[in-house]
Write a protein that binds this ligand. Structure first.
Ligand code: FMN
Length: 197
């Protein structure tokens, strides 16, 4: 039995294109492999707190002298355990103000932990998460992939790679503000190809 971890971030609930692509991905995956265990985390519905001056020491250095810091560590441990248990990961990432949702950045801030998800070696940083496939669905009102205005794609790959996730495929559904049918059809076709493998 494989475990699929699904991370949602859209503000738009059932009207969200990235949520619809994730729904398609889950449905087609489960249809092909019925024993798939799907673990879902909606980072919009249940937001990870922003790091602050009190919790940063807990996440970055394990300081656990207050209830707030212990809670931060416990949440981070839970998030990391989910990642370590996943055989593959699907993420919905709308483009908001030219970047990933702030909720996803808070999530990353909670899972980036020296000695836990990365470490520094003589040869530089080394990611410690299991290097499982990641499918990230980037949904965007306009179209930016492949242009100098797409700062988001590079960051998503960089930060996941830093944590050990190097097999990241970005599936772009762009121009959703004016050509949604075409963009969604292309993204759905890619889902079909992925699941057919
Ligand atoms: C707060 C906010 C900021 C947005 N910023 C951008 C942007 O910078 N560039 C863009 O092309 N579309 C932008 N959009 C449009 C979204 O990318 C578009 O609605 C997309 O479908 C969102 O994905 P979703 O449907 O999964 O929520 C923005 C939407 C919101 C709500």
């Amino acid at each position: 039995m494989s475990t699929l971890l699904v991370l949602r971030t859209s503000l738009n609930g059932d009207n969200s294109f990235s949520n619809r692509l994730l729904d398609e991905f889950i449905a087609k995956t489960v249809a092909k492999w019925p024993h798939t265990r799907v673990v879902e985390r909606d980072l919009n519905a249940e937001q990870i707190p922003m790091l602050n001056s009190r919790t940063v020491g807990a996440i970055r250095a394990g300081v656990n002298d207050t209830e707030e810091r212990r809670a931060a560590i416990a949440l981070s441990d839970e998030l990391v355990a989910e990642l370590k248990a996943a055989d593959y990961i699907a993420i919905g990432l709308p483009r908001y103000n030219f970047s990933a949702p702030a909720t996803f950045k808070s999530y990353i801030d909670y899972i980036g932990r020296a000695g836990v998800t990365f470490r520094y070696t003589e040869n530089g940083p080394e990611g410690l998460l299991p290097d499982v496939p990641v499918y990230a669905f980037i949904t965007s009102g306009g179209a930016y992939a492949g242009t100098e205005h797409d700062q988001m794609s590079g960051w998503v790959k960089q930060v996941l790679g830093f944590l050990g996730l190097n097999k990241v495929e970005l599936i772009h559904a762009e121009g959703l503000a004016y050509a949604a049918d075409t963009a969604m059809a292309q993204a759905n076709a890619r889902i079909d190809e992925i699941v057919a493998c």
